[in-house]
Design a protein around this ligand. Structure first.
Ligand code: ADP
Ligand code: ADP
Length: 236
């Protein structure tokens, strides 16, 4: 499904990601671990095309991802929807509109009349929120929600795009342990029930052990471990 080959990102003197390669065949929950500065975030951003790679290849179902432009690039960005540490919601906009904005990547435009989303889309947004246990928050401003709820809104926005892959950049780093668990449980459930792949940057090994099928360890831009959590002996 996904092949990443020798992907490299150079910022000035820094090789933020250095010839990283890995493949994903079947849907899985994959954790990337490594110290701050190891290149995890840059790696995810290159996969999503938020950052352009300096060299290397990414192939998804036969498509050369790094060559995509315009609408094709946007379509890819919804196939591998991203969530972030700081949720990146529009704080003053209501929750359901935040979720509907996931459709911007797919369709490229806002509805003609502001906020007049097709009823079917609104229904789907509410269903997704319901699945994540936050349908009751649909009419509130995003900023009124707790961090754990906001991250679930961000997951709902990603799901609105029906992605094959969800890229999660430190999804629980801003959350307390209880909310972190709720968010990781939600990601795991979506991964398994829907057969999507989740690739999440995590900074604790414990979280990776608990939730992931596979762990990729990065150090100084390089992949230094790739295997099942049980094989993980040296901290990356
Ligand atoms: P991690 O997510 O593992 O903390 P990052 O991918 O954020 O690591 O960073 C990897 C390295 O690349 C670090 O040395 C960081 O300072 C550098 N880096 C990241 N983004 C930029 C940028 N936009 N400009 C210059 N250097 C960057
Ligand atoms: P994280 O590691 O949580 O992704 P960082 O604090 O490393 O976040 O980076 C935040 C932002 O700053 C990112 O967009 C990253 O690309 C950019 N950045 C990181 N390091 C550098 C750097 N040395 N020079 C310029 N920009 C950087």
């Amino acid at each position: 499904m996904l092949h990443v080959e020798n992907v490299t990102k150079i910022f000035g003197q820094t090789r933020a990601v250095d010839a990283a390669s890995f493949s994903v065949g079947e849907p899985a929950m994959i954790g990337i671990i490594g110290r701050s500065g190891a290149g995890k975030s840059t790696f995810l951003r290159m996969m999503n095309r938020l950052t352009d790679a300096s060299s290397g290849r990414i192939v998804f179902d036969g498509t050369d991802v790094l060559a995509l432009k315009g609408g094709d690039k946007r379509a890819w960005q919804s196939q591998c929807a991203m969530i972030f540490q700081q949720f990146n919601l529009v704080p003053r906009m209501d929750v359901v509109s935040n979720v509907l904005h996931g459709l911007l990547n797919r369709r490229g435009t806002l509805p003609t009349l502001f906020n007049m989303w097709p009823k079917a889309d609104i229904r789907r947004a509410i269903e997704i929120l319901d699945r994540l246990g936050i349908a009751e928050q649909a009419g509130k401003r995003a900023e009124a929600l707790s961090g754990g709820q906001q991250q679930r809104v961000a997951i709902a926005r990603a799901l609105m795009q029906d992605p094959r892959v969800i890229l999660a950049d430190e999804p629980i780093a801003s959350l307390d342990p209880m909310n972190a668990q709720v968010v990781m449980d939600a990601l795991r459930r979506i991964q398994q029930e829907d057969g999507r792949t989740v690739i999440a940057n995590l900074h604790t090994l414990d979280t990776a052990r608990r939730y992931c099928d596979r762990v990729i360890g990065m150090r100084d831009g390089r992949i230094v471990f790739d295997g099942v959590p049980a094989q993980l002996t040296l901290a990356a």
